[in-house]
Write a protein of this length. Structure first.
Length: 154
């Protein structure tokens, strides 16, 4: 069974009994673990705080972060906004191409991939005129979350 299939199966059964619980789903076949931190989960979707994808086994070779970022930005299509590479160094950082505007604030996704393959997905909100950003929860259907995990671990 693949990581996205396991994730779908576990999400269908998971009902956190308190806010901000984490579900860890390990896939021996792919060598990845998905850690999903959520505030609420229902039959169709999840209100997420963070998605973290971690390698259970070391990568055979160092990740070419630029190549991964370019491919991931093209593959990830289940979020509200498409992604683009914004920073490359010790890690690759992707963000929403066009942040969503609501009132005086803007919201955007941020995906960070480390050399070891560890990847995190979060959503942030910041005042339009500048100021400190804050992490916010975001919603995805179970299927969109499974596809996101598959796209980022491909």
């Amino acid at each position: 069974m693949t990581l996205d299939e396991l994730l779908l199966q576990k999400l269908a059964e998971w009902r956190p009994d308190s806010p901000r619980q984490t579900l860890d789903v390990a896939c021996q076949q792919s060598g990845w673990t998905a850690s999903v931190s959520a505030d609420t989960v229902d039959r169709v979707g999840v209100r997420l705080w963070e998605v973290r994808l971690t390698r259970n086994t070391p990568l055979a070779a160092p990740t070419d972060l630029k190549e991964w970022a370019t491919q991931a930005a093209a593959r990830v299509t289940g979020l509200l906004e498409p992604l683009r590479l914004v920073e490359l160094g010790e890690s690759a950082q992707l963000r929403s191409v066009s942040p969503a505007s609501r009132g005086d604030s803007r919201a955007y996704y941020e995906v960070v991939r480390q050399q070891d393959g560890t990847t995190s997905v979060r959503r942030y909100q910041a005042p339009r005129m500048g100021g400190k950003r804050e992490q916010v929860a975001f919603s995805l259907t179970h299927e969109a979350l499974a596809k996101l995990a598959a796209d980022l671990t491909a």
